[in-house]
Design a protein around this ligand. Structure first.
Ligand code: HDE
Length: 698
């Protein structure tokens, strides 16, 4: 059933014309659009060729400024539905009735790179949601990290200038591994906690459908009695939180720069709708000062162990935009788009954002009427006295664009007591006018250390490797050394490990904070339910493989919602061991293991399969193995695996049935995949990545 936003969108649809001739913008029919009007066959183009000039001028003006940050993004429509009424804490209408679905538009993004940059860069991901509520638009403009790099918005231009491509040569694209970012970071210890997140695998999500989202700031809920409660917003993906590994992420940038965008689009097209649960951490106003950090400091989290996340509703994304530019590019988010029942705090980062987002849209969308653009239009009625400006697309009738008026009967009048107006929370404020960071914002090391100590061994290892990679790209040795010195305030072993990798002296030991880890921060505790739904699984075949094995494993995997593709050396068909031809989904040379989550190696009943001699297959399997992906080998498919000689790994021999070791599942006997085998493989895929594999010998 179409929701209100969809009904509204449909009123703006301009379908490609199915009859009638091509025209100019003025509706004049055009019968020739391939040659410009010239003075003589080989002569100059004439000014009076209005069709030529219109066509070229429109082309010249097709671009608008890209977002200064978060330029690359992908969007989708869907809905939000609360589980139950949240009236106790907030009067927001969209959080009251579990039967009411509120339409949403979500835009996911990277931050550093330009519009055309690759998706799988190491970066924060934006997670911005526009709720088209019955009381007007509410924008929750969040990220996939719960903390931010700086505490006060006045530092934002400095931070962005440091992280963006360097001004003299516009390098690097979509990467943080360069001198200016790390110079800034090394001099600004408040960045440390968020930088730890950036060095973790949170910064290379497997999919937008598999990452958390956070409102970051402490906001306020306000209930009908005018009582405020501090609130932090959390989105949890139904499929669990999963990431790529760095080597894989880098190769993916070349193999498919649209990896995350394509994944979101394809899943929605296939009806595998991304789903997230909205949760809140609630803190009564009277407990504002009961934490060892300041709730207004956006570089801090409230550990979930201290204040649990209460699930309050779910969001489903079920419709792709019809036009990228019109919708995903022109959507305008603004932190100050709030509805009655949701309010701000004095977080200086949030306060700055409340200025910045409107300001940036005025430039980016060319004037003040951008709320009339379909994607930005509320479904709630709009009655304002705003009139003129660039791109006014309405014909306002009447004479009274002011309040109060008598000539229009006083309309629109301000909302009455029963008309759900937005009222700012009454809050006592006093103080001297000063430029000073609050003392309560000064502890920069504790939560960075908490994050580090909440990681498992493999997560810590990845963080060390990321620091080594990033700092290894920094030319200024003194910057490398300063970052390492900073890390010594978090953990000496981390600092020493990084120092070793980047060739600087180990730092002097510092006093490090004594912290209680927060297990909720580790990937290990956010894996979801082990579902393999929508996972991409490759089956590598060549002529002669056992087609029964291919069929049985494919049906077992697709029954669990996975997407299975048969890859062969060439497109078209392959001939199975039974002499029958079977369809190929893709030619192996057009893809790569980084585009799949797992791989299956069927056997050839009469000999070693031809795949064992194919360098492309061996590369595929080697990369899958190195990246920790589940691998299944059946019958003589095990011989493909043996070509790579994994050290120490157990594989099934002729007498054994299924063996599952570190996500490598093998099954020797010839014949179709057994249920037990399929189950073992499904579990291996569901575990996402297997981090403790012995290295390959070849
Ligand atoms: Fe943004 N940010 N931001 N930001 N931000 C923008 O607005 C800004 C911050 C976030 O998909 C801009 O429309 C300032 C935190 C997302 O369209 C701009 C500060 C968080 C998006 C802007 C911050 C975000 C933006 C650029 C520090 C996570 C993409 C284009 C005070 C909670 C929205 C635009 C989309 C975009 C300013 C910090 C998230 C310039 C000044 C913290 C997801 O207005």
């Amino acid at each position: 059933m179409a929701d209100k936003k969809q009904e509204q969108r449909e009123r703006f649809y301009a379908d490609d014309p199915s009859d009638g001739p091509l025209t100019t913008d003025q509706g004049v029919p055009v019968d020739h659009t391939d040659d410009s009007l010239q003075a003589g066959e080989r002569g100059p183009t004439l000014m009076e060729d209005f069709h030529f000039r219109e066509k070229i001028t429109r082309f010249d003006h097709e671009r608008i400024p890209e977002r200064v940050v978060h330029a690359r993004g992908s969007g989708a429509y869907g809905y939000f539905q609360p589980y139950r009424s949240c009236a106790e804490f907030t009067r927001a209408a969209f959080l009251q009735d579990p039967d009411v679905k509120t339409p949403v538009f979500v835009r996911f993004s990277t931050v550093q790179g330009p519009r055309g940059s690759a998706d799988t860069v190491r970066d924060v991901r934006g997670f911005a949601t526009k709720f088209y509520t019955s009381e007007g638009n509410y924008d929750l403009v969040g990220n996939n990290f719960p903390v931010f790099f700086i505490q006060d918005g006045i530092k934002f231009p400095d931070f962005v200038h440091a992280v963006k491509m360097e001004p003299h040569n516009e390098m690097p694209t979509g990467a943080s591994a360069h001198d200016t970012l790390w110079d800034f970071v090394s001099l600004q210890p408040e960045t440390l906690h968020t930088i730890m997140w950036l060095m973790s695998d949170r910064a290379i999500p497997r999919s937008y459908r598999m990452m958390q989202g956070f409102g970051v700031h402490t906001f306020r809920f306000v209930n009908a009695q005018g009582k405020g409660t501090f609130v932090k917003f959390h989105w949890k993906p139904k499929l669990g939180v999963h990431s790529l590994v760095w080597d894989e992420a880098q190769e993916t940038m070349g193999r498919d720069p649209d990896f995350n965008r394509r994944d979101l689009w394809d899943c929605i097209e296939a009806g595998d709708y991304p789903e997230y649960e909205l949760g809140v951490q609630l803190v009564p106003e009277e407990d504002e000062h009961s934490f060892d950090f300041d709730l207004l400091d956006a570089t801090k989290i409230i550990p979930e162990e201290q204040v649990p996340v209460r699930p309050i509703g779910r969001m489903v994304l079920n419709r792709n935009p019809d036009n990228f530019f019109a919708e995903t590019e022109q959507v305008a988010f603004h932190t100050a788009n709030v509805v009655p029942g949701i309010d701000f705090t004095n977080d200086p980062l949030l306060q700055a954002r409340n200025f910045s987002y409107l300001d940036t849209q005025l430039l980016r969308l060319g004037g003040p009427n951008f709320a009339q653009i379909p994607v930005n239009q509320p479904v709630a009625p709009v009655r304002t006295n705003q009139r003129d400006g660039f791109h006014q697309s309405k014909i306002h009738r009447g004479t009274t664009s002011y309040t109060k008026n008598s000539l229009a009967g006083g309309c629109p009048a301000v909302a009455g007591a029963d008309e759900s107006a937005f009222r700012h929370l009454t809050e006592a404020v006093s103080g001297h006018k000063i430029r000073k960071r609050s003392d309560s914002f000064q502890n920069h090391y504790s939560q960075a250390a908490m994050f580090w100590h909440s990681m498992t061994e493999w997560e810590q290892q990845h963080i060390v490797e990321a620091y080594r990679f990033e700092l290894g790209k920094v030319n200024a040795k003194e910057v490398r050394a300063r970052v390492v010195e900073q890390l010594a305030h978090v953990d000496q072993s981390l600092a020493v490990a990084v120092a070793e990798g980047v060739g600087v002296a180990p730092p002097e030991r510092q006093e490090t904070p004594d912290v209680t880890p927060s297990p909720a921060l580790s990937f290990e505790n956010n894996r979801g339910d082990g579902s393999i739904a929508t996972r991409q699984i490759a089956v590598l075949v060549a002529d002669g493989v056992d087609a029964d094995q291919v069929d049985t494993i494919r049906s077992a995997l697709t029954a669990q919602g996975a997407n299975v593709e048969v890859l062969a050396p060439h497109d078209g068909e392959f001939t199975g061991s039974d002499g029958v031809t079977h369809p190929v989904d893709r030619a192996l040379p057009t893809v790569a293991s980084v585009l799949y989550d797992a791989v299956v190696l069927p056997g050839d009943p009469s000999s070693v399969p031809r795949t064992a001699q194919d360098p492309a297959v061996l590369k595929f399997v080697r990369d899958s193995y190195r990246h920790g992906k589940a691998i299944a080998a059946l019958g003589t498919g095990i011989d493909v695996l043996k070509m790579l000689e994994p050290a120490r790994l157990r594989t099934a021999d002729e007498h054994e049935h299924t063996v599952s070791d570190e996500g490598v599942v093998t099954h020797h006997p010839v014949g179709p995949a057994s249920e037990q085998f399929a189950q073992a493989f499904i579990e291996a895929v569901g575990a996402h990545r297997h981090r403790n594999r012995p290295p390959l010998r070849r």
